[in-house]
Design a protein around this ligand. Structure first.
Ligand code: GRF
Length: 193
């Protein structure tokens, strides 16, 4: 069994879609959900899905390697960031080389980097008058939104779109593609093990 851990800071709708996707799988499952936010709705989703969760704080995350111990103790093989707001520290990237992926709600390298998350991204896309936006799934390194790109998918931005309607289109793309892309990456990276 290949065990996935998902890191999420907020609602966790992507986390839920991913967990549901792998409920049917015989060899891959989401077995842990981690968050930095004790009030995150993702914790309620985890409970409903019957997936254990773990909450950590800034001090633990940046001043110790406890989170890696938690991952190793739970036999986690692969890490998925889904709406996780904090920069991943070097020790975690090193513990899971090329085994941490993130989704960004725009077409990187545009509209990425520090401060570019959630509605900030969609507002910026609207303000820039972009004709298209989309999603980017990428490997995670120690810099915001800079790891190698694995997959992108686009949608149109029309004149009547608001940041909110753009967010809805982007979310639809996320639900459609993120679980499948995660599955492909995992199958590729564990094929010889
Ligand atoms: C998604 O749009 C994701 O791309 C971004 O944060 C949002 C998280 O939404 N990084 P949810 O928590 O999965 O509902």
């Amino acid at each position: 069994m290949i065990n996935i851990a998902i890191f999420a800071s907020g609602s966790g709708s992507n986390a839920q879609k991913i967990a549901e996707h792998f409920q049917e799988s015989l060899n891959i499952r989401v077995s842990l959900i981690l968050t930095n936010n004790p009030k995150a709705f993702v914790l309620e989703r985890a409970e409903k899905l019957d997936i254990p969760s773990h909450i950590f704080n800034r001090e633990t995350f940046y001043k110790s390697t406890d989170v890696v111990d938690v991952l190793k103790n739970n036999n986690i093989d692969f890490v998925v960031l889904a709406g996780f707001m904090w920069l991943v520290p070097g020790y975690l990237v090193e513990a899971y080389p090329n085994k941490i992926v993130n989704i960004h709600p725009a077409l990187l390298p545009k509209f990425g980097g520090k401060g570019m998350y959630g509605d900030h991204v969609h507002n910026a896309v609207k303000q820039a008058g972009e004709k298209e936006t989309g999603i980017t799934i990428h490997f995670v390194n120690e810099h915001y939104d800079e790891g190698n790109i694995i997959f992108q998918s686009k949608c149109e931005v029309v004149e009547n779109d608001t940041p909110q309607t753009i967010a809805e289109k982007v979310h639809a793309l996320e639900y459609q593609h993120y679980p499948n892309v995660i599955e492909e990456v995992i199958l590729k990276s564990f094929k010889n093990s």
